[in-house]
Write a protein that binds this ligand. Structure first.
Ligand code: SF4
Length: 243
């Protein structure tokens, strides 16, 4: 899938940010929010001089809430950003380099223990801000994995877990050289977001999707989505019935 998507879309060059600290702010702000809204918040922060560690540290909480209002959930996200800065100052001397030097597994646990940080945000920070070779999973990958019959929810559960998606990604790149894995995880997540936005939303639009051949090859189990896709394909291939 990585190779097919790379041929279709080319390198995505993520994360769209000028500094690692900006990546971290974006990872917090994009939770449950479209990226366009995050861009407006980041522009507000930049204009207020709060898009740096020093700037954010000096910004009062009430002002921070106003600046990030376009991203929503401001009563949760503003204190979460302040908690990150407090942790960085207290435990890593206010240094992102010191943070990046910590063992990734320990750092992941520390990040997840912070308010407002789940596995996806922690992994996005580790990969895109701190350069650790960890996979990032999201709702788009969950849909693709399920629709292509790569994974199914465990019995009694409705959803594939985040960790199962991350493990699947890790296994998929396990035979690639360790030195290239970080870049592969980087591009793969960005590419799955690209195909998810273009085709694999709540309703799958498989016809022109670069991954449609893989879907046919795997013979997915019947579902409302694949049924729609197959019936449209069959209609397109059938002669027009006489009136
Ligand atoms: S739109 Fe269809 S072919 Fe494309 S990734 Fe989703 S399920 Fe697969």
């Amino acid at each position: 899938m990585h190779d097919v998507l790379m041929r279709a879309y080319g390198p995505q060059q993520w994360w769209p940010a000028q500094t690692p600290f900006e990546v971290i702010l974006g990872a917090y702000l994009t939770q449950n929010t479209a990226w366009k809204a995050v861009e407006r918040s980041l522009a507000n922060l930049r204009a207020a001089g709060a898009l740096t560690l020093e700037g954010l540290r000096a910004t009062p909480l009430s002002k921070l809430r106003r600046l990030i209002r376009p991203s929503g959930f401001i009563t949760r996200k503003a204190p979460a950003l302040k908690a990150f800065v407090a942790m960085l100052d207290k435990e890593f001397g206010g240094s992102l380099d010191a943070l990046a030097a910590a063992p990734p597994a320990e750092l992941r646990e520390r990040l997840i223990a912070l308010p407002g940080v789940g596995p996806e945000t922690a992994d996005a920070i580790l990969l895109y801000a701190l350069g650790a070779p960890v996979p990032v999973a999201d709702e788009y990958l969950r849909r693709i994995a399920e629709r292509h019959s790569l994974l199914a929810p465990p019995s009694g559960r409705k959803r594939i877990s985040y960790d199962a998606l991350a493990d699947l990604t890790r296994e998929a790149f396990a035979s690639d050289p360790a030195s290239t894995r970080g870049q592969l995880f980087n591009e793969f997540h960005a590419l799955t977001v690209a195909v998810g936005k273009a085709h694999c939303g709540r309703t799958a639009r498989c016809e022109a999707c670069p991954l449609a051949a893989d879907l046919r090859h795997r013979g997915p189990k019947p579902s409302a989505i694949t049924f729609q896709f197959l019936s449209r394909t069959l209609r397109a291939a059938s002669p027009v019935p006489p009136p």
